[in-house]
Every structure is written in structure tokens, then in C-alpha cells.
Write a protein of this length. Sequence first.
Length: 197
Amino acid sequence: MDNDLDEALDAVGPRLRALRKQRETTLADLSAATGISVSTLSRLESGRRRPTLEQLLPLARAHGVTLDELVDAPPTGDPRIHLRPVKRHGMTMLPLTRRAGGIQAYKFVIPAKSRAAEGRPEAKSHEGYEWIYVLDGKLRLVLGEHDLVLSPGEAAEFDTHVPHWFGAADTGAVEYLVLFGQQGERAHVRARPKSAR
């Protein structure tokens, strides 16, 4: 695995030079676009310096290619998405989108507990808009003055400026999907067109 990485990084220099020449861009222009000095760009292209991720990201953006294209990552042939779960507040969150900005998708898993949350939990608010869809279990959604229980197949959408809280409605596990728009983007549901009569 390390040899593959070394070979990929060693091949980046000639690829960087070829991309820059194809686009008829000077080192000075590329330096202005990326914030990387002309001397560093020259050393990267000649292979005298190995690129770091902090350098590869702005270079890929400036050349209009993906990071995989820049390092010529071989296709894996594996269609599975390799998610990196994050554990927070007793829940597991799996990011389903890989791009920055726009609407983000997540899958949340709340494990089974010996007791369900009682009383009125502390709700929080923040910038954005959310759309929730319950896959399995019963999800308790406290939203402003409302205290709701959503079952599998049920959905809810709301402005996240309204104080809200999610949790298991009972002692069973819960799985649900969340679409979140940081700037208030809303999920748009397209209605089925009327059939021609």
C-alpha cells in the first residue's frame, strides 16, 4: 500500500506540469490562484518536492480536476461507499455526501437503551433547514412547542431556527436520514405528474 502511495505521489509532478501547460498557465498565474509560491510549484512539478494534501487540494481546484484525477488514483471497481462514522451524544452519524456546501445528507443511528428520554429535553437552534425521514424505530422530535413521535416512513421538515431535539421515543434503536441545508436550502419534493386521460 505504501509503495502504491509513493508511486502515485512521485507521478504528481509531471501531471501538474502537463495540466498547467495544457491550460497555458504560468507558474505565476497558478501561484496567484492557489497561494502556493512559484518556487514551491516549480519544485513540485520537477519532483524535487513531494506534495502535501494542503497543496493538492488548491491545485486540483485551480486545474478543474478532482483530487483522484490529479494523483491518478486507480479506479477500485468497488461501488460501495466507504463511510466514516462519527459518534456524538450517544448517536452514530454517517455522512452520505462528500461535497462541501449545498444540501448535506446524513444517516443517524440511535442505539437501543434501557430507558427512553423523559421530560422535555433541552432543544437547540441554529442556522439552516432540515428534512428528516425515519427508516426504523420511533424517533421523538421536540420542535418548538411540539413533541412528536415519528414512525418508519414518516418525514418532517423544519427551519432549524426553531429550537429542536431528536432522540429515541422508546427503548428501541432508531435509524433516520437527515438532509440539512446550511443556508436554509429546502428539500424539494416533486409531485407525480397527472396521468394522461
